[in-house]
Design a protein around this ligand. Structure first.
Ligand code: E4P
Length: 228
């Protein structure tokens, strides 16, 4: 399963790139505006900076509501950098825009997906990726992971090549469940990625190894004295 960061924060992205495990980035208007406020940079400048930093794809979202406007924005985003995947939102206008963009060879990711039916329609419109939001479903008392299970099974049944990008991830268990279900990608906040690295037994184990090694070192120093 590919691991994406769900952020526009340049520092977080740089850190994950340096860890050597990052496959791509997703952004949305909320995340991008946060970074624009933090850095006082323009949206396009941030998007380009992310593209230069990351090896894989970078998802950038359109903000128009009308399909021809979404297409215009999508073309502009795609022309910005070859790594950009255009995020279009679910709905009739979004489906029309996705169809046009994908028929022009522009990769699209249909976002704000909350049901398997929406994912099926996005795939039929030619989306390269679908982004079901599991955390927001869980927040309402629905099982977000059940939607992932359905989408993965339906796409498998019909050999649909659209990739399932699990979005709105809130904690490391979501990542494990997404991987067990065979999702293609999990996109997560940096805090979740950090939690995936950590385990208290790893820290305890490492401390014990190093303490024992230090003791052996001081023993080694003492051995020549003992043999004199
Ligand atoms: C996906 O691309 C979205 O940006 C994101 O996962 C939404 O997550 P949230 O529900 O935590 O805002």
């Amino acid at each position: 399963m590919k691991i994406f960061l769900d952020t526009a924060d340049i520092d977080e992205i740089r850190a994950a790139v340096n860890w050597g495990i990052l496959d791509g980035v997703t952004t949305n208007p909320t995340l991008l505006s946060k970074e624009m406020n933090r850095t006082r940079k323009e949206a396009r400048e941030i998007q380009l900076e992310i593209c230069e930093m990351v090896e894989g794809v970078v998802n950038a979202e359109v903000t128009s509501l009308e399909s021809s406007e979404m297409v215009r924005e999508g073309r502009e985003l795609a022309a910005l950098h070859k790594k950009i995947v255009v995020k279009t939102h679910m709905g009739i206008e979004g489906l029309q825009a996705t169809k046009t963009l994908s028929s022009e060879g522009i990769r699209t990711n249909m976002t704000l997906i909350f049901s398997a039916n929406q994912a099926l329609l996005a795939a039929k419109a030619g989306a390269s990726y679908v982004s079901p939001f599991i955390g927001r479903l869980d927040d309402l008392g629905h099982l977000g992971m059940e939607v992932i299970r359905q989408i993965v099974e339906i796409f498998d049944n019909y050999e649909i090549s659209t990739e399932v990008l699990v979005a709105s991830i809130r904690h490391p268990l979501h990542v494990i469940d997404a991987a067990l279900l065979g999702a293609d990608i999990a996109t997560m906040p940096f805090a979740v990625l950090e939690k995936m690295v950590k385990h208290p037994l790893t820290d305890i184990g490492l401390k014990r190894f190093l303490d024992d090694w230090k003791k052996a070192g001081s023993l080694e120093e003492k051995i020549p004295l003992l043999t004199k």
